[in-house]
Design a binder for this molecule. Structure first.
Ligand code: FAD
Ligand code: UDP
Length: 367
């Protein structure tokens, strides 16, 4: 008999959901995280009464009522709707690509005019079967939008040419022929009232958690402590990088507390030109309609991941997918270990997909 039924490596959303569900079923769990706090990338730090999204802006959105009800059972969500603005060399455009954007670019006033403009540009570009992000973007919105709002932002964000990136990345963004600046098409959207830490605290209530603890520093000891390991860290690290390192994209966040009430009038402003070194400025108070006298802004600088940095985005191109599949095969053979989450599944998961993935695993595991 081991001390714990489950050792959960990683107190991010995936690990916290699994721990919660296991604990609910009477299983004894220990959750560890190498960071000094729980929540993984959804963690918020309170600065002057403002919940600062420490690892980048997080907006919860889903079409799935079960997932929405699940997160709302731990904390109520507000009615925040994400409507980022793009700044291209000082010109402002609404996002996602919608009638407001088309009017700002071309002065077209009707969906028919906008569609015709895009159709002409797509035809001139001559793309029939889009095979990469550039071709996909041009075939969706034409060359003007691609040049002003997509190409440079994408290449800064990923540190790779848009022609070398998978097409699915750009399909995350809606294109619509209505005057609607909502960044998501999903039925449900919002930010937890009081911040994301409330969600994490609700999930991990009554569960033993140790932070500042790295699984790999005492791997054998930890492995012997529990019947089953639930691993949510990078999959290549678990297997000692034996097939090589998977590539990730990382970020540097430059936070500033400003002695002014409202810096940019919006939570998210993207800088889509090639000269500005950061991709976006986040003004955190707007996620919760804050009225504090001060404000906190964050400049987000993309960077290549190196050992020791935080691996934020998996790079799901062909090369990395092939390496990941080798690790995945090994993972399938590993006894008494469950792999889950953005890093262990090496997938560009949003939060609702993490909730979905964790709950699905729970359903099949605890039959
Ligand atoms: P993580 O949050 O990464 O948690 C994994 C945890 O495991 C980490 O805390 C890590 O420290 C720990 N860990 C790893 N290895 C070890 C080890 N060896 N020992 C101990 N602990 C370990 N999603 C949305 O839905 N909406 C958004 O607007 C949105 N914006 C985002 C913006 C950015 C900049 C980023 C990076 C992500 C964004 N996401 C967004 C995605 C969201 O962050 C993820 O879907 C979700 O947080 C992933 O949860 P996870 O538990 O899989 O991983
Ligand atoms: N994107 C872009 N211009 C923008 C915003 C996004 O070209 O102003 C592209 C870019 O390639 C980005 C992808 O769309 O990586 C997905 O954007 P999203 O906002 O979903 O990225 P995330 O919030 O996950 O960083």
């Amino acid at each position: 008999m081991k001390e714990y039924d489950y050792l959960i490596v990683g107190a991010g959303l995936w690990g916290s959901i699994f721990a919660h569900e296991a604990n609910k079923r009477g299983k004894k769990c220990l959750v560890i995280d190498r960071r000094t706090h729980t929540g993984g990338n959804i963690y918020c730090e309170n600065v002057e009464g403002i919940n600062v999204h420490k690892y980048g802006a997080h907006i919860f959105h889903t079409n799935d009522k079960e997932i929405w009800d699940y997160v709302n059972s731990f904390v109520e969500f507000n009615r925040y709707t994400n409507s980022p603005v793009a700044n291209f060399n000082g010109e402002l455009y609404n996002l996602p690509f919608n009638m407001n954007t088309f009017y700002q670019l071309w002065k077209v006033k009707t969906p028919e005019e906008a569609k015709e403009k895009i159709r002409q540009q797509v035809e001139e570009a001559g793309i029939t079967d889009p095979e990469n992000l550039e071709e996909q973007a041009i075939s969706l919105v034409g060359t003007d939008i691609y040049q002003k709002l997509i190409k440079a932002y994408t290449e800064k964000q990923w540190g790779r040419k848009a022609t070398e990136l998978p097409a699915f990345i750009i399909k995350r963004l809606p294109v619509r022929f209505t005057f609607d600046n909502n960044y998501f098409n999903d039925r449900y959207q919002g930010i937890p009232i009081g911040g994301y830490n409330k969600l994490t605290e609700g999930l991990l209530k009554d569960i033993e958690v140790r932070t500042g603890v790295d699984f790999f520093e005492n791997r054998e000891e930890f492995t012997n402590m529990a019947e089953t390991i639930v691993y949510t860290g990078p999959i290549d690290e678990y297997f000692s990088f034996q097939f090589g390192q998977l590539e990730y994209r990382s970020l540097r966040f430059d936070n500033q507390l400003l002695d002014q009430e409202n810096y940019q009038g919006n939570a998210v402003v993207n800088y889509t030109d090639g000269e500005t070194p950061f991709t976006r400025i986040i003004e955190h108070k707007h996620f919760e309609f804050g009225t504090q006298p001060k404000t906190v802004i964050t400049h987000e600088y993309p960077q290549e991941w190196v050992k020791g940095a935080e691996p934020y985005y998996p790079v799901n191109d062909d090369k990395n997918t092939a390496v990941f599949n080798q690790y995945k095969d090994l993972a399938a053979q590993e006894e008494n270990v469950i792999f889950g989450g953005r890093l262990a599944e090496y997938r560009y998961y949003d939060m609702h997909q993490v909730v979905g993935s964790a709950l699905k695993k729970v359903k099949t595991h605890f039959i």
